[in-house]
Design a protein around this ligand. Structure first.
Ligand SMILES: CC(C)(COP(=O)(O)OP(=O)(O)OC[C@H]1O[C@@H](n2cnc3c(N)ncnc32)[C@H](O)[C@@H]1OP(=O)(O)O)[C@@H](O)C(=O)NCCC(=O)NCCS
Length: 220
């Protein structure tokens, strides 16, 4: 098995470590996290240092690849850019829980994490560095943009588009054929019946735009 690191030793990082262990494609040899002391053990895996130490740690531990274990979409993107700068040759691998059901002709981009119980139906495309969280259901012909996230229990109908960096929150439903713009947050429990534009927060049943949002506003 090839060795990998997880960047971010938070709860999200811990869940990813568990998926990788169950998947048995890679071995997680450590976390990188600037806010935790090197040597701290999280879920039996040590923190080895921070992003700045990547090059050194890569050589010392024969590291093949990385997963960015950071939940907030804009933070995940900025960490990605930093890592690219420190170590341009590193490979970004995916983590797909063995209980996930991925249909044929589904594309899954580099760095994406797919959690337990997820279903992705045929001819859907999940972009790079996405999070498809526990028990989310993505129907056929969806297009989920890079750095976007679907929270636990999200359900999308067929032909749905979710824009780059957008977050669909816990248990939200999006009916078939609707589009969510980039950098938008769909609130928990929303039912999306109409297209939702970019850079807004929308929630409710039916979902309505409640305000504009900056791309780096937290939502978790
Ligand atoms: C949409 C969201 C980001 C909050 O947006 P916000 O603008 O900061 O909202 P606030 O918390 O300030 O609440 C403002 C009002 O909107 C209401 N509201 C907030 N989110 C709502 C939602 N999803 N559905 C219905 N009403 C909502 C609040 O009850 C509050 O109403 P009040 O003024 O009558 O008390 C948040 O509700 C949400 O859904 N977060 C995602 C959580 C999640 O999915 N976590 C997953 C972890 S994996």
């Amino acid at each position: 098995m090839k060795n990998i690191l997880i960047v971010g030793a938070s709860n999200h990082g811990k869940v990813i470590a568990d998926i990788v262990m169950k998947e048995e494609r890679y071995k997680v040899v450590g976390f990188l996290d600037s806010q935790k002391e090197p040597g701290t053990i999280i879920a039996k895996v040590p923190v080895l240092g921070c992003e700045e130490d990547l090059k050194k740690i890569k050589t010392a531990h024969n590291i093949y690849g990385i997963i960015i274990g950071i939940g907030l979409n804009h933070v995940r993107e900025s960490v990605y850019e930093k890592i690219r700068e420190y170590c341009p040759e590193i490979v970004f691998v995916t983590a797909i829980h063995p209980s996930a059901s991925i249909a044929s002709e589904v594309y899954i981009g580099e760095g994406t994490v797919i959690m337990s119980g997820v279903s992705v139906n045929t001819q859907s495309s999940i972009g790079r560095f996405c999070i498809i969280n526990t028990n989310a259901s993505v129907d056929h012909d969806n297009k989920i943009g890079d750095f976007a996230s679907l929270a636990p229990g999200v359900v999308t109908g067929g032909n749905v588009k979710v824009g780059r960096m957008s977050a669909v929150s816990l248990g939200a439903n999006i009916i078939h054929g609707r589009s969510i713009g980039e950098h938008t947050v769909i609130g928990a429990g929303a039912t999306v019946l109409k297209d939702i534009p970019e850079s807004v927060v929308a929630y409710g049943t039916p979902a309505k735009v409640v305000r504009k949002r900056e791309y780096n506003e937290p939502y978790l």
